[in-house]
Design a protein around this ligand. Sequence first.
Ligand SMILES: [Zn+2]
Ligand SMILES: [Zn+2]
Length: 268
Amino acid sequence: MLINDYHIHSRFSGDSNEDLDKIIEKGIELGMSDMAITDHLEYDIVGMTDKWKLNLDDYVSTILKYKEKYKDKIDLKLGVEIGIQPHTREHLEKQVEKYPFDFVIASTHALDRHDIAMGELQKHRNKEQLQRYYFETVLKNVKTYNNFNVYGHIDFITRYGGSEYRGLNYKENLDLIDEILRTLISKNKGIEINTSGYRYKEDRFYPCTDLLKRYFELGGEIITIGSDSHIKDYIGKDFDIAYDFLKSIGVNYICSFDQMQPVFKKIK
Ligand SMILES: [Zn+2]
Ligand SMILES: [Zn+2]
């Protein structure tokens, strides 16, 4: 039985066409008590097309309607995944404040206004340089942003750029990673286990297990699990691996969120 899924995209995201009824029915079918829709809110990225501009009024009112529609079967949470950059803090935090979100994922999808997936950043940097630049930016982000609950797929910089960019240089970046994790923990923020790495043929979660273990070693407690699905069939995918991993390191709970507050749920 799956507990929840806290990273799901729907037709409101530029890279998904999935229907909300189908998403929610899949969660119910999997036995989830709750699930969070977390569509993309991006801002100031070079070449960003209109389909990526989230109409927050429409999005929020629609999700709240579906929350009501399915309230007897599943607790639907109003979430969002904000793509954060150091210079967009004021704008994004103001947007988030305007709406009654249950849950906010902050993710670094772009560095210096360039989407990591588009290849431009890789043209000028090798793997070592790109990973260093990524974690330096994540550190700036976690130091300044406050209106979020968990950091999304915190080491997914290895996903793009082809085989030569694969594999996290964990030890080489541990100074930055530690400072990022300590900052998150001091602000009562969590990280997510994002199971999409298995689908991107990296055979791992984002973050990798070393980094996850480090978060708990340093005293972190807030963890969510998300599929990062853009189609209903990926909802809850590979969560059994995540539950088993957590139990193997003595962590017996994960979090749900309600009005930006964590609720701890036991892994059975
Ligand atoms: Zn993301
Ligand atoms: Zn996502």
